[in-house]
Design a protein around this ligand. Structure first.
Ligand code: PLP
Length: 427
């Protein structure tokens, strides 16, 4: 084993990390292993995971049931092309996804990452209208503060100004943006809140193929929670003005908000749904785009009679088998109670932050806890402080947020929130 310093030097010299730079002085921590909610660093330190590896590792790490699913599938095949061939893991997973998502969603397109699932959703919407002889409907309408991924289509519908993608704005397709919803979660949506959305839809629906939104929780674009009533009204307006509704549940899906899917808070269903992140319990990269039969059959019956997308690693069998096992683990567990309990403990544990001067707001929904600060944080200074406190938390911009694995114990969650309160106190 190379020395820790050599590992870090090699890494910094050659490897890109998310939203980082080569040969920059961002702290980086080599990981030896991870088990349950514990991340063990190469230097021997142990950290309680507060991030679920960005929403994904809901069952924690190195889970025996998921390990077994991978091992079993490995005996058959780890991969096989999906053009002209099919396999049981994909068939069972698609069937299961259709079963647990809202009723009108009947078809599944598998891809490799959330961003690609969003690209696929946008292409489906555009191809649908093309098939219906309404090719002028090719733009998207969305709200500010959204985040839908890092590829070009996904960037074009993510917040144009929050810093992640503004540099590329001249290279992106032009989409319609309206203000982000302001009516808070748990409250009705005011007339003014939906007014700009409605006006834009009324004026431009002939150019708009679809609306794309993250339901209830806006993730990386600001960790904002908004009114289910807003979402319900969006659904009604989309139907009224003949515009498809794409919901991006890549972050919110699989129980994180307290419902299996966040759109259940509004009791609505989208025409197209994007899933990813927790789909395989954080084991492998896999995403899915679900669509109604109406969309699927319209594309079939239009020109050129097929949907124009097909990734090399589409429906990777290892990933599908793991996703099936992960879903079964989740659905066989009392996940509603688990998430409720995490919600209560996050509320209690983070509440001391409310009266601290750097803090603007503390908000919690399901297994998501957010501390919004008045000023942007310096990750270079803050990251080592969390590590010293024995927790893995990855803040960005003005946000410190927690979304622990569902298997976290009350004691571990208490340590996690106390560590965060301690770091915020010292700011
Ligand atoms: C993470 C995320 C994506 C992008 O997923 P990747 O797997 O990183 O490409 C898209 N939409 C939402 C809401 C996300 O949270």
């Amino acid at each position: 084993m190379q020395s820790l310093d050599t590992l870090i030097t090699q890494d910094q010299k050659h490897i890109w990390h998310p939203y980082s730079a080569i040969q920059a002085d961002y702290p980086i921590y080599p990981v030896q292993s991870a088990q349950g909610v514990m991340i063990t660093l190469v230097d021997g330190r142990q950290l309680i995971d507060g991030m679920s590896s960005w929403w994904s590792a809901v069952h924690g790490y190195n889970h025996p049931v998921l390990n077994q699913a991978v091992t079993n599938q490995l005996q058959n095949m780890s991969h096989i092309m999906f053009g002209g061939l099919t396999h049981q893991p994909a068939i069972e997973l698609a069937t299961q996804l259709v079963k647990i998502t809202p009723e009108p969603l009947q078809t599944v397109f598998f891809s490799d990452s959330g961003s690609v699932a969003v690209e696929v959703a946008m292409k489906m919407a555009i191809q649908y209208w093309h098939a219906k002889d309404k090719a002028s409907k090719k733009q998207l309408l969305t709200v500010r503060n959204g985040y839908h991924g890092d590829t070009f289509g996904a960037m074009s519908v993510s917040d144009p100004e929050n810093g992640m993608h503004s540099l590329f704005s001249n290279s992106l397709s032009q989409q319609f943006f309206v203000e982000a919803p302001r009516s808070p979660f748990g409250e009705p949506c005011t007339q003014e809140d939906i007014a700009e959305f409605k006006k834009t839809l009324v004026q431009h629906h002939q150019q708009i193929a679809a609306v794309i939104l993250e339901p209830i929780v806006q993730g990386a674009g600001g960790m904002r929670f908004y009114s289910a009533d807003y979402l319900r009204q969006v659904r009604e307006l989309c139907t009224e003005y003949d515009v498809l509704l794409i919901l991006d549940e890549i972050a919110t899906g699989f129980g994180r908000t307290g419902k299996l899917f966040a759109c259940e808070y509004a009791q609505i269903s989208p025409d197209i749904l994007c899933l990813g992140k927790a789909l395989t319990g954080g084991y492998m990269t896999l995403a899915a785009t679900l669509a109604t039969e109406e969309i699927a059959l319209s594309i079939r019956d239009g020109e050129p009679g097929i949907f124009m997308h097909g990734p090399t690693f589409m429906a990777n069998p290892l990933a599908c088998a793991t996703a099936l096992a992960s879903l079964k683990l989740l659905l066989d567990s009392p996940w509603q109670n688990t998430v409720k309990n995490i919600e209560q403990l996050l509320l209690k544990g983070l509440s001391p932050c409310k009266k601290l001067s750097p803090v603007k707001e503390v908000r919690v929904l399901g297994a998501i806890g957010v501390i919004e600060l008045h000023d942007a944080l310096d990750i270079k200074i803050l990251q080592p402080k969390f590590v010293e406190a024995g927790v893995w938390v990855r803040p960005f911009n003005k946000l410190i947020y927690l979304m622990p694995p569902f298997i976290i114990s009350d004691e571990e969650l208490e340590i996690l929130t106390s560590a965060v309160v301690g770091v915020v106190k010292d700011l």
